[in-house]
Design a binder for this molecule. Structure first.
Ligand code: SF4
Length: 353
């Protein structure tokens, strides 16, 4: 890391402000006027829906020089590898390079594991890459000390499912409220939730002011909108746009996973845990050991050991598990020849609600 910047400016109210629930009254299905934005911030998980958002922007004629990809590293960059696919960071880098786009990484320092192990301590600082290549570190000194020592709850509520809020939503908001380039002009933040995925996601608005919007501010007039362009899309629509652009999906899909969330996502079902146990036993054991240490399982009624015992591993070519378990992505992003639908397409798509 170079040019480290520390800005201890977190307020105690921050987390509360960020943990709003989806809007119950729903759908404003307007699409924004894309010509009215200076920059487009695509939250890029590496999964198919975020890729579809980006490809849709390109199809709509948005100049690539105005698009920024932002990927939140769930495990941080301080050495933890508890949750995520080892290959995801490298896959995102290869994707950005192949499409000629800027990519910025951001993360909660210490990642998921540090947040989960909080014991009478404050939530950690947020780190993010800046346009000049330096890394900024903000927050970490506000809020009340607290104790977690349990996995996030399997729930649509972002308050108890704290991983999504603290590892992703909060991190993105920190970037936008801190970086000077977002304090002027108009920014459009783009995320890939789809109504088809869950009842909770169906209630999300397609287009609304982003939670960091401050367009009527006195000192800072920050205009930020939030668009979910694939909110009304089917899974078939999503695979269709990847096929049109010949984009090779994240290797998790070729391993049989229907969603490319964290490898050890708390929403995993029996087959997913059986697959992790079969192909990544060390990663599985770390999750199981934490459940035993906490005396509380992720799914309150069954441990991951019990779930894995009644599941069946996905029947994918073992080569794909090696690719997904590598920290370097070595495949091409753009497929030459025939594009193939991965094994996980239209399959088990348990994931964040
Ligand atoms: S993918 Fe699953 S475990 Fe990872 S942050 Fe999202 S809900 Fe939490």
């Amino acid at each position: 890391m170079s040019n480290l910047i520390t800005r201890p400016d977190a307020s105690a109210d921050w987390a509360v402000w960020l943990l709003e629930e989806p809007d119950e009254t729903n759908p404003v299905c307007d699409a924004p006027d894309l010509t009215s934005y200076e920059r487009f911030v695509v939250c890029m998980s590496g999964g198919k829906d975020s890729v579809a958002c980006l490809l849709h922007l390109i199809e709509q004629g948005v100049e690539r020089s105005r698009i920024e990809l932002h990927h939140h590293l769930v495990d941080g960059r301080e050495g933890s590898d508890l949750m995520d696919w080892p290959v995801t960071e490298s896959y995102c880098e290869a994707f950005a390079k192949a499409l000629g786009l800027k990519l910025f990484f951001s993360w909660k320092t210490g990642g998921f594991e540090k947040e989960m192990l909080r014991e009478e301590s404050r939530t950690a600082a947020t780190a993010f890459e800046r346009a000049d290549g330096s890394v900024a570190i903000v927050g970490g000194e506000g809020g009340k000390p607290g104790t977690r020592r349990k996995f996030p709850q399997v729930s649509a509520s972002l308050t108890t499912r704290y991983c999504s809020a603290y590892m992703k939503i909060d991190v993105m908001s920190r970037v936008i409220t801190t970086e000077p380039r977002f304090q002027t002009w108009r920014t459009l933040v783009i995320t890939g939730e789809r109504a088809e995925e869950s009842a909770a996601r169906a209630r999300y608005r397609t287009f609304e002011p982003h939670r960091t919007d401050n367009r009527d501010g006195i000192r800072v007039r920050r205009h930020v909108d939030h668009w979910r362009p694939v909110h009304g899309w089917t899974e078939r629509d999503v695979w269709g746009i990847l096929e049109r652009h010949k984009v090779r999906p994240h290797p998790a899909y070729f391993c049989g996973f229907g969603r490319c969330s964290c490898r050890s996502c708390i929403f995993g079902g029996p087959d997913q845990w059986a697959t992790i146990l079969a192909y990544y036993p060390k990663a599985f054991e770390r999750i199981a050991a934490y459940e035993e240490e906490f005396g509380l399982t992720i799914h309150r009624s069954e441990s991951v050991r019990q779930l894995a015992a009644r599941g069946t591993p996905y029947q994918a070519d073992s080569r794909y598990f090696e690719i997904a378990g590598d920290t370097v992505y070595r495949e091409s992003i753009i497929v030459e020849g025939e594009w193939q639908l991965p094994l996980g397409a239209f399959g088990d798509s348990r994931g964040p609600l």
